[in-house]
Write a protein that binds this ligand. Structure first.
Ligand code: SF4
Ligand code: SF4
Length: 301
């Protein structure tokens, strides 16, 4: 069975679907949301990342790298991915843990072994596994094989997706997914392209198809200051969702400002991830917009 690239496994997660969950983070995402809080999940390959706030500027990493893959710019270091072969020597020599290899090639069996350790918590809490990222549907064959194994073990499955993929990727997995956590940012396509780098047309079309197929869906809306934290944008989303079936709940996710340190550790100089101000005074108004249309609303995941 095909392997996949995973960049984190989080146990005892309580915001990724009902109950206690083990969340598997897939590496690779076709979008680049400017507020991304897991930017290490964007590139699809394993990579070395740099934490500027941990670095003592000893330069031991520069000296040990035989491939000249580390570029120093002021107090920041970038890794030239074309030169880096992920040998890990820089990570070993760094005494302050300022360098880290993110992303691991894992087999389906290895991931399932990790999931099986937590089955007792799933049973007690009504939880299960959540597949997140990055974008889990970006590796849909790997995801599909994991879902099959989960269903054989009667483990509840949630998939946290941006919906930005060909619908065939969703079709491959939808009969094995108990709950889709479907992210929706903004209906105005011009704004969507500006802040995520891609059109929302496939996202909206895929959501319509998924809802008519009968899958359980929780729609998750990140509220980002200056992007969608106004009544017009939110009413557009509410009106789009109103005729759709099987929307079990809407989660309003106010953006929190803890992405800064992650921004500092990105290895790709060209990547545009920004730190946005937190939204304020609008969350109650947003709740009312959805409640007026009789949606079940939760603030937070
Ligand atoms: S990343 Fe680590 S090894 Fe490299 S200069 Fe900083 S502290 Fe030294
Ligand atoms: S992982 Fe190896 S090749 Fe890549 S930057 Fe570190 S020492 Fe150089």
């Amino acid at each position: 069975m095909q392997n996949g690239i995973v960049f984190d496994i989080k146990r005892y997660a309580i915001h990724d679907g009902p109950g206690i969950r083990t969340t598997i983070f897939f590496k690779g995402c076709p979008m680049q949301c400017r507020w991304c809080q897991n930017p290490e999940g964007i590139a699809k390959e394993p990579e070395v990342i740099f934490w500027e706030n941990r670095c003592s500027q000893c330069d031991d990493c520069l000296n040990i790298c035989s491939y000249d893959a580390i570029i120093k710019k002021g107090n920041t270091k970038y890794i030239d991915k074309k030169k880096c072969n992920l040998c890990g020597e820089c990570v070993k020599v760094c005494s302050t843990e300022a360098l880290e290899i993110v992303g691991k090639d894992m087999s389906v069996e290895e991931v399932i072994n990790e999931i099986e350790r937590d089955v007792i918590f799933f049973d007690e809490s009504g939880g299960g596994v959540a597949f997140s990222g990055g974008e889990p549907l970006f590796q849909h064959d790997f995801l599909n094989n994991l879902l099959k194994q989960c269903k054989e073990r009667d483990v509840h499955t949630a998939v946290d997706t941006s919906g930005y993929c060909p619908y065939q990727a969703i079709e491959t997995v939808q009969d094995k997914v108990d709950l889709f956590l479907y992210d929706l940012k903004v209906i105005d396509n011009r704004v969507h392209i500006e802040y995520t780098g891609v059109s929302n047309e496939p996202i909206l079309e895929n959501l319509k198809k998924l809802s008519s197929n009968g899958n359980n869906i929780v729609v998750r809306i990140p509220i980002i200051h200056g992007v969608n934290d106004n009544v017009t944008h939110i009413e557009d989303i509410a009106d789009f969702l109103l005729p759709l079936k099987n929307i079990k709940e809407i989660n309003i996710l106010p953006y929190h400002n803890f992405g800064v340190s992650k921004y500092m550790r990105l290895s790709s100089p060209g990547m545009v991830i920004e730190n946005f101000p937190e939204p304020n005074d609008i969350i109650d108004e947003i709740k009312k917009i959805f409640e007026k249309r009789e949606f079940i609303i939760k603030v937070g995941g």
